[in-house]
Design a protein around this ligand. Structure first.
Ligand SMILES: [Ca+2]
Length: 460
């Protein structure tokens, strides 16, 4: 505890000194809205002359420009130096613009994905958005010139999706550090009770706060209280997560645990749910319309949410779970993401796909790589944090982050050092305190490889 208290006092003093001197040092290397291309390495197919180098397209100077040789089929590539989640670019053309061009992205400067095409370019300034994608290299592939000169750009700017600071940060600690978190179970009328208890024991706030839409009349009535807490925790510097222990679309809200959250849909009900236009499909989307109001509020306030619907897909007691194959639980996950993201415009969600250590047939529940950002595993089995589970999680996640979605018994800091790809570890609410001694909780929260709230960068 001493180390972090010292650090906090130092931070406070440092902040004070900086405030007094009028200086502001950014907490993170990248703020939201920053042009990621600025002063990065540029690779071009040609230059008109040494007066127009590729670097002039990423110097944030609207008077300098890159210009290619006088020929079609040219390119300019920016190497961002590491992977980012990118979702838009801005092109500022000189009068020698492209009438046909594409934006392409790559992880390795070899295999390219076209994310945008324009075959009727008109020059000027183009702000271009596309589906958020992970990329280190971003290319403007210049197909056809509009003039007899080459292609010339004053600026080629590249931006992250709003709120991808959280995901970028998790990528950056993958393999070295783990954010510690805690779920705040009902009541939604007191949605930080477990977070505060962790603080009372460790003197540190968890780096991840988690809440739930829930199902009972009291908890449904207090959803706004929970959502306001979510925003408050984000404003205080935590990562935030939302779950959905909600009743099935065959029922109205509020409802019950037994016979509600824990219930079964028959095959024809399931078919109705996952078939576009089905009665239960419409009922579920009507429900999503209601949840979207809360999520929109968070979006409007700049809150990025780790969203974990339909957790423990192989835990078949839940109405959504235990259905294998492409038309199973995975289909419900996909339609929910498609609806919230594409129809409701909720781009502030990081999608967590979550399984439990009940079995290892995880791939049959996989919604598809395009549908999730983080793979999480709930670890409750008494064999604990085995290397086998860790390696299975790595196998299914590939290069994406993995996380311990829930646990009762916490891992030790040394276990996390030997399994360093877990980007966060969330203990389950009150089970944290019934399954771990105070000193075990303290030792984990105070470890140098474990990230608490005041060690997180600015994620906004
Ligand atoms: Ca320039």
């Amino acid at each position: 505890m001493k180390r972090k208290v010292t650090y906090r006092i130092f931070s406070v003093l440092l902040s004070f000194v900086l405030l007094v001197s009028g200086l502001l040092i950014p907490k993170e290397t990248r703020a939201a809205g920053e042009n990621l291309a600025y002063q990065k390495t540029v690779i071009v197919s040609s230059t008109e002359s040494s007066s127009y180098p590729g670097s002039y397209a990423v110097d944030a100077n609207g008077n300098t420009r890159w210009s290619s040789a006088y020929a079609d089929n040219q390119y300019i590539i920016v190497d961002l130096g590491k992977n980012y989640t990118v979702s838009s670019v801005r092109l500022a053309w000189e009068s020698a613009y492209a009438s046909q061009f594409q934006i392409q992205t790559s992880l390795d400067n070899s295999a390219w994905t076209t994310v945008y095409s324009n075959y009727n370019g008109t020059g000027g300034s183009n702000s271009i958005s596309f589906s958020a994608t992970t990329a280190r290299y971003v290319k403007v592939y210049l197909i056809k010139r509009a003039t007899s000169y080459g292609f010339s750009l004053y600026e080629f700017e590249i931006y992250s999706a709003a709120g991808t600071g959280v995901l970028d940060y998790l990528y950056s600690i993958s393999g070295s550090k783990t954010v510690i978190g805690i779920h705040n179970r009902e009541p939604n009328s007191d949605p930080d009770v477990q977070t505060e208890k962790a603080y009372s024991i460790t003197g540190q706030y968890p780096g991840l706060w988690s809440g739930d839409f829930l199902f009972s009349s009291d908890d449904v009535a207090n959803r706004w209280t929970m959502i306001y807490e979510c925003k408050k925790q984000w404003d205080k510097g935590s990562m935030v997560q939302l779950m959905m222990h909600v009743v099935p679309p065959t029922q109205s809200e509020p409802g019950s645990w037994d016979g509600g959250v824990v219930s079964t849909l028959n095959d024809s009900q399931w078919s109705s749910l996952i078939t576009d236009g089905g009665t239960l499909n419409k009922a579920w989307k009507t429900r999503l319309d209601q949840y979207a109001v809360y999520l929109q509020y968070l979006k409007d306030n700049g809150v990025t949410v780790l969203f974990r619907p339909f957790h423990e897909m192989n835990q078949s007691i839940f109405w959504w779970a235990g259905r294998t194959g492409s038309n199973g639980t995975a289909a419900l996950y996909r339609l929910t993401r498609d609806y919230l993201q594409n129809v409701k415009g909720l781009t502030n969600l990081i999608w967590v796909w979550d399984m439990q250590d009940l079995d290892y047939n995880w791939s049959t529940y996989n919604p598809g790589s395009a549908y999730w950002d983080i793979f999480a595993l709930d670890i409750y089995n008494s064999d604990g944090f085995t290397d086998y589970k860790y390696n299975q999680a790595l196998n299914i996640a590939g290069s994406k982050p993995i996380a311990i979605g829930e646990c009762a018994k916490l891992p030790t800091a040394s276990k996390l050092l030997s399994q360093p790809r877990w980007v966060f570890c969330m203990s389950w609410a009150e089970l944290t305190f019934s399954n771990n001694s105070n000193s075990e909780i303290q030792n984990l929260y105070w470890a140098s490889n474990v990230i608490v709230q005041n060690e997180l960068p600015d994620l906004k």
